[in-house]
Design a protein around this ligand. Structure first.
Ligand code: FE2
Ligand code: FE2
Length: 303
């Protein structure tokens, strides 16, 4: 397998990146936010569902930390500093701020899914074996890169939309500061995954198994392999008009793994499982609409 490193990623570079993120971006304070909304009905109609979705996903960071501890029992100092001092504190604030925004819009508070799945527990049990833990680590970084990229794209799109309709307060004091913090998360996972491939941490059989597991377990951000969340994600894709070009979006969110895992498949624009997951989400959302079960009605029923 021939990865295409542009620049060698060293442990020191990743550590510097983590330190810089911590210094540049302290967690956003709840009282630094201006929640003035000029036209709540319009914001709710255009972005209500997307804000609900993102608030829940951001608040699920606590489960993501438990997953990390389960998959990587020998987690090193850089990863520990990243998740404990930078990533978790930032994401929790994103969740709390968005949760308050969605209750301002009259929605029910988010109900994050905080239970670690059986599949992760199984992989975690096997990860006491070093060769399996290395596979789990690469899978964890690839998941991080893809989901953080989805967050970057979603916040960019919401921010543009809010500015278009003149909702400057929440755009400038909520979405813009959140969106500023996401690319650093993406870069951490991208650098960490790239370093593993460049340093040839995995043997061919481990890379083969990583590809098989990735193909079988790929999930879009926040879908947790559960149909109701997949349908919710379909609604996000439709509301942000991403459904008009699913292939282009698959290329964006699959770039890191195309380069690192599938480099020997010449001409592969993105791994097919990504487009399949996107189509499945949009289909589940449309089916739900046809059955007359709107996402709002579903979230209200959880109150
Ligand atoms: Fe976030
Ligand atoms: Fe993030």
């Amino acid at each position: 397998m021939a990865p295409v490193p542009r620049q060698h990623i060293t442990t020191a570079k990743i550590a510097e990146h983590v330190q810089r993120l911590g210094e540049l971006y302290p967690p956003i304070r709840l009282d630094a936010v201006d929640r003035t909304i000029k036209n709540p009905d319009l914001v709710k109609r255009r972005f209500g569902h997307v804000i609900d979705y993102l608030a829940r996903v951001e608040l699920e960071v606590d489960r993501n930390v438990l997953e990390l501890l389960c998959l990587l029992p020998d987690v090193d100092a850089i990863n520990k500093t990243f998740y404990a001092d930078v990533w978790r504190p930032q994401e929790i604030q994103h969740g709390l701020i968005l949760d308050r925004l969605q209750t301002d819009l009259g929605h029910a508070p988010a109900q994050p899914h905080l239970e670690v799945s059986f599949k992760i527990k199984i992989l975690g049990a096997l990860a006491s074996l070093k060769p399996i833990q290395d596979i789990a680590r690469l899978l964890y970084y690839l998941t991080g890169a893809s989901t953080e990229r989805q967050a970057v794209l979603a916040y960019n799109s919401i921010n543009d939309g809010l500015r278009e309709i003149g909702e400057n307060a929440i755009s400038e004091t909520i979405i813009a500061p959140i969106k500023q913090q996401e690319p650093g998360h993406f870069a951490f996972y991208q650098m960490s995954a790239t370093a593993m491939i460049q340093d040839r941490v995995l043997r061919p059989w481990q890379l083969f198994l990583t590809r098989v597991l990735r193909e079988k377990s790929y999930n879009l951000v926040g879908t947790n392999a559960m149909p109701q969340y997949k349908a919710d994600m379909g609604g996000v894709l439709v509301d942000l008009a991403i459904d008009r070009d699913l292939s282009g979006y698959a290329r964006e969110i699959g770039r890191v793994e195309s380069r690192l895992l599938w480099a020997d498949k010449q001409g592969l624009e993105f791994p097919p499982y990504i487009l399949k997951a996107l189509r499945e989400s949009v289909d589940l959302y449309r089916e739900r609409l046809e059955r007359g079960l709107m996402p709002d009605a579903l979230s209200a029923s959880r109150v």
